[in-house]
Design a binder for this molecule. Structure first.
Ligand SMILES: [Zn+2]
Length: 234
């Protein structure tokens, strides 16, 4: 095979490594946005649940107030009847009924007061949930803007590096190109490695003396263990 300089291979490996890193960062951006979108969806659901709690508690309180009102009306009716009671027995029965109705009414009145406290607590939970949601939305917007801005820069870098890569690949000897392309297609930046101290940096395997000599003579050498295209260390 024709000679290939370590400098060219090292440069190619650097470009592939940088491109892989940039593409990884490009993929990471949308994932970061997605995490924040999920968070906002959860915070929205939490806020809606908190609002629903207030609504249900208010409805229950309204029902109790109506019950209290009708219990008070009942007491009034019973008191009217009391004035026209025909016997002691009837009088006593009505008195007992009034007492029982008033007792039930006073329990209801206590429950209504407790409900007002509860509504207050539930409303401050809504305020808290709204605050959390706003913070989540702010964070989502910030992340989206950051990812978009970084994405523009990264895509610019990718385009530039792809140009550098095309230029560098043109300098590869024609007979090396098919094997180079095959290994890059299958392994990307991991398709190349430096040989340092007679060892493949990719897999840590020791290279034969013959391989080390061939590398010194700038012959293309592939690691027998991992298949990486090797280049000499600086
Ligand atoms: Zn190797």
């Amino acid at each position: 095979m024709m000679a290939v300089s370590a400098e060219l291979l090292r440069n190619l490996h650097r470009i592939h490594t940088q491109l892989a890193d940039l593409r990884d960062r490009l993929d990471r951006g949308p994932r970061q946005v997605k995490i924040r979108e999920t968070n906002v969806a959860q915070l929205t659901a939490a806020k809606e649940a908190a609002e629903e709690n207030v609504k249900q508690c208010k409805l229950a309180t309204d029902r109790k107030q109506l019950d209290l009102k009708s219990s008070e009306n009942k007491v009034q009716e019973l008191k009217v009847k009391l004035n026209t009671a025909a016997s002691n027995k009837e009088y006593q029965a009505l008195t007992d009924q009034i007492a029982a109705t008033e007792m039930a009414g006073s329990v209801l009145a206590d429950e209504i007061l407790e409900s007002f406290d509860k509504i207050e607590r539930l409303e401050s939970a809504v305020a808290e949930a709204k605050k959390n949601l706003e913070a989540g939305q702010t964070e989502l917007t910030r992340c989206r803007d950051k990812v978009a801005a970084e994405g523009d820069v990264i895509r610019g870098d990718v385009t530039r590096l792809e140009g550098d890569l095309a230029d560098a690949e043109k300098q590869l000897p024609g007979d090396l190109r098919p094997e180079y392309q095959r290994i890059i297609r299958s392994k990307g930046a991991d398709g190349m490695a430096e040989m340092a101290g007679g060892v493949c940096e990719g897999c840590g395997q020791k290279c034969t003396l013959q391989m080390q000599n061939e590398l010194l003579m700038e012959k293309p050498v592939f690691c027998k263990s991992c298949g990486r295209l090797l280049y000499a260390g600086e």
